[in-house]
Design a protein around this ligand. Structure first.
Ligand SMILES: Nc1ncnc2c1ncn2[C@@H]1O[C@H](COP(=O)(O)OP(=O)(O)OP(=O)(O)O)[C@@H](O)[C@H]1O
Ligand SMILES: [Mg+2]
Length: 280
């Protein structure tokens, strides 16, 4: 299935595109997290992410990026501080029901289920039958270039295709917020760049808000409308800045002076976060 990666539509997405919904979507205020081991993963972390943003979260290993994402997704409690969802209806667990999806580094597909069955899972959990979900699932598979692979099993897919199934599974419920924790770290560079273009296209088409954890300066500079750099021990925000560009983010952008400068800015800020003073 090596040709499959080439099936995706070329990206015309641009993080410079106007983002429709500038209202705060999630607001972390003074969030601290201490694990029972005594490790302080986050200390007094504040971050507001607005609707329609594409925010990359970078920082040294262990600075609390995954912890912050998991807390936002309701997969862990805060030790102190608050998380608010000003534009969402909140359920009894304090979470905006159905509004958040998570994509992990591993695609975590069920091997005994087809691609269709895997993407059906979140709808099944909501009580939607396969028959009732068929149109939605097929439309979502089409957006990630996998509509011809609905009946395939995960073992028949390449790494990039498995990750696309994982993204389709996250998108099928039409969430407002997509949390991605190093989703492409295990993929080769070409596949990674293709998936970067796919995610940009989906972001532009759907208006979804994305918080994207990565260790890659290049990836973050390519994708983001905003960069948040964290520092470690204890984890907190070190720098937070927008990434404007006059160019469409495509193959030409990757070789442009603007992109080179963006990479330099992100890289320098990351180096500061590993040693120097806070910049905000
Ligand atoms: N379940 C846990 N129990 C105890 N300590 C934890 C747990 N999860 C994370 N930690 C600790 O919290 C700190 C932050 O971890 P976290 O996984 O959020 O970092 P990260 O920035 O995502 O790192 P990486 O870039 O390596 O993925 C680390 O010191 C880690 O050891
Ligand atoms: Mg992590």
């Amino acid at each position: 299935m090596t040709a499959s990666d080439a099936e995706m539509a070329p990206s015309s997405a641009s993080p410079a595109a106007p983002n429709q919904q500038r209202r705060p979507l999630v607001v972390m205020r003074g969030v601290s997290k201490m694990f029972s081991s005594g490790t302080v993963a986050l200390s007094d972390m504040s971050l507001t992410v607005n609707g329609g943003e594409f925010v990359s979260l970078l920082g040294p290993s262990g600075c609390g990026k995954s912890t912050a994402l998991r807390i936002m997704a309701g997969l862990g409690d805060v030790s102190s501080g608050t998380i608010d969802w000003p534009s969402s209806r909140i359920n009894s667990k304090g979470l905006p029901e159905g509004d958040i999806s998570f994509v992990f580094q591993e695609p975590t597909l069920m091997p005994w289920q087809t691609v269709f069955g895997n993407v059906h899972l979140p709808l099944k959990l909501k009580g939607v039958s396969k028959a009732a979900a068929r149109d939605e699932i097929m439309a979502t598979l089409a957006t990630v270039g996998l509509k011809d692979f609905a009946d395939a099993y995960p073992r028949e897919l390449s790494g990039g295709m498995k990750m696309r199934v994982s993204i389709a599974r996250a998108l099928v419920t039409k969430p407002k917020l997509l949390l991605m924790d190093e989703p492409f770290a295990a993929l080769d560079e070409i596949t990674r760049q293709k998936l970067n273009d796919d995610v940009l296209r989906l972001w532009k088409e759907t208006g979804i808000t994305v918080i994207f954890v990565t260790h890659s300066v290049f990836e973050s500079a390519y994708l983001s409308s905003r960069i948040v750099v964290m520092r470690a021990r204890p984890g907190r925000v070190h720098a937070d800045f927008p990434l404007h560009t006059s160019l469409e983010r495509d193959a030409h952008y990757r070789t442009s002076e603007e992109y080179r400068q963006a990479c330099e800015t992100v890289s320098e800020t990351l180096l500061e976060a590993m040693g120097g003073e806070d910049t905000h």
